[in-house]
Ligand binder design. Structure first.
Ligand SMILES: [Cu+2]
Length: 391
C-alpha cells in the first residue's frame, strides 16, 4: 500500500473542502494497484532506470535521476547483496520531502508495509536479476542509500512538480512577493521562484503572528522537513537566489504566508477555490451513465464526480469488475472504503480525486454494468525546459 497514508490524508482534506456548498460528501479509499497494464503514453520520460552495483561496483548508475510527478524509477539489481532505502531509522544519509512516505526495496509486501519502520528488516537485500520499482506521487528531492554499503552506495531522485502558477520572491531585490495575491483552483501547485538570496515562505504560526491557513489544512514552509515537529524546524532558514519551492493546495480557503525574515513587508496570500479541474455527472437525470464518459486531465489535477441520482458508485478498484484498470503503480479510487464493491452513494454526493500518475483509469458504477462506465485519461505534465529544483 505505497503512499496510502498520504493519499488518505489527502482525500480527507478534499472531502472537507467539498463539504461547502455540496449536499453530500464522498469519502474515497484506495491503495496501490501494481497488477494492471501501464499506459504506454509518455512512458519514456516517466520511467528512469538505475543499475544497482553494475559490474559489482558499489554504486548506483546513474546516481541521480529526474522524473516528472507521477513518474517511476526502476532499480535493476546487477549483483547480489544490495537494497534501496529511504528510511531514516536505517540511515542518517537519507531524506525525503515533507508529505512523502518512506520506501524501501524490502518493504514492498503488504504485510511489511503494515509494520512500523523500526520493525522492518533494514538489512534485507535483493538478488541479482531482480528489479525494484517505486512510483513517486509527491514532488521533491529523495536521497536514498543501500543500507549495506553506504555511504559509497547512495543516490538521489528528483521529482519535478506540475506547476500551475508561479510567484516571484523578491523580484529586483524588492521585499515583496509578486503577485502578492494569487487565486488558484483546488489541487493546484504554486511554485515560488527566489530571485534574491535570504528569503523564505512560511505559514507556521509558531514563526509568525501574521499567517493563517484554512481549517483542515497543514502548515507548510520552504524549509519544511520530513517528520520534524513545527517547533523543531529552523524558521530562519532561507533559500538562495535561483532556488524554488513548490506547494500543492488540496484544501480550499485562504492562505496568508510571510517571509519570516522580512515580515510584515514581505507577505502574500493564496486563495484556493473549491473548483476542480474537471467534473463528471454520475447518473444525469437518472440515466445509467457518466457524463462525459471520458475526461482528460493533467497529472496533479482534481476530478469531481457529482451524483445526480441515487444508487450509483464510481470505482476503479481492481476487484470491483473486470472492466476496471489503473496505470502501473497508480492508486485506484472508489467512492467507498473497503471491499463492498456494491456500496452506493446518495443523490447530491460529490466525490473528488486528485490524479497524479499518468495513464488511463477505467472505472465503473458496479450496480449498472456494463452500461455505466467511464475513463479518466491523465497526461504527464508538460516538461519544463528550465531547471526547476524543488525543495
Ligand atoms: Cu450507476
Amino acid at each position: 500500500m505505497r503512499n496510502s497514508n498520504t493519499r488518505r490524508l489527502f482525500l480527507r482534506s478534499i472531502a472537507a473542502a467539498s463539504a461547502v456548498g455540496a449536499a453530500g460528501v464522498g469519502i474515497g479509499s484506495g491503495q496501490s494497484d501494481d497488477g494492471t497494464d501501464a499506459d504506454s503514453e509518455g512512458a519514456e520520460s516517466l520511467v528512469a532506470t538505475v543499475a544497482v552495483a553494475p559490474e559489482g561496483d558499489l554504486a548506483f548508475e546513474p546516481d541521480s535521476v529526474e522524473i516528472p510527478l507521477g513518474g517511476r524509477v526502476e532499480w535493476e539489481f546487477e549483483d547480489d547483496g544490495h537494497n534501496v532505502s529511504t528510511y531514516d531509522v536505517a540511515s542518517d544519509a537519507v531524506s525525503i520531502p515533507a508529505g512523502a512516505e518512506p520506501f524501501a526495496s524490502y518493504a514492498e509486501d503488504d504485510e511489511d508495509e503494515d509494520l512500523e519502520p523500526d520493525d522492518l528488516d533494514h538489512d534485507a537485500v535483493i538478488e541479482e536479476g531482480e528489479t525494484f520499482a517505486h512510483t513517486f506521487t509527491v514532488a521533491g528531492e529523495y536521497a536514498y542509500v543501500c543500507t549495506r554499503h553506504e555511504p559509497e552506495m547512495a543516490g538521489t531522485v528528483t521529482v519535478h512538480p506540475c506547476v500551475d502558477e508561479t510567484v516571484a520572491v523578491a523580484p529586483d531585490g524588492d521585499l515583496t512577493f509578486d503577485p502578492e495575491t494569487l487565486e488558484v483552483g483546488l489541487g493546484d501547485t504554486v511554485e515560488w521562484e527566489f530571485e534574491d538570496d535570504g528569503h523564505n515562505v512560511s505559514t507556521y504560526d509558531v514563526a509568525s503572528d501574521a499567517v493563517s491557513i484554512p481549517d483542515g489544512a497543514e502548515p507548510f514552509a520552504s524549509y519544511n522537513e520530513y517528520d520534524v515537529d513545527p517547533e523543531d524546524l529552523d524558521h530562519d532558514a532561507v533559500l538562495e537566489e535561483g532556488e524554488t519551492f513548490a506547494q500543492t493546495f488540496t484544501v480550499a480557503g485562504e492562505y496568508e504566508y510571510v517571509c519570516t525574515r522580512h515580515e510584515p513587508e514581505m507577505a502574500g496570500t493564496v486563495e484556493v477555490s473549491d473548483e476542480p479541474d474537471a467534473e463528471v455527472i454520475a447518473g444525469p437525470d437518472g440515466a445509467w451513465r457518466f457524463e462525459p464518459e471520458t475526461v482528460r486531465v493533467t497529472a496533479g489535477d482534481v476530478v469531481r464526480w457529482e451524483f445526480d441520482s441515487a444508487g450509483h458508485n464510481a470505482t476503479s478498484h481492481p476487484g470491483a469488475a473486470d472492466e476496471t484498470s489503473n496505470p502501473e503503480g497508480a492508486d485506484w479510487f472508489a467512492t467507498y472504503e473497503g471491499d463492498d464493491h456494491f456500496s452506493v452513494v446518495e443523490e447530491g454526493t460529490t466525490f473528488d480525486h486528485r490524479f497524479v500518475v499518468p495513464g488511463t483509469y477505467e472505472y465503473v458504477c458496479t450496480p449498472h454494468l456494463p452500461t455505466m462506465a467511464g475513463e479518466v485519461v491523465v497526461e504527464p505534465c508538460p516538461t519544463d525546459d528550465e531547471d526547476s529544483d524543488s525543495t
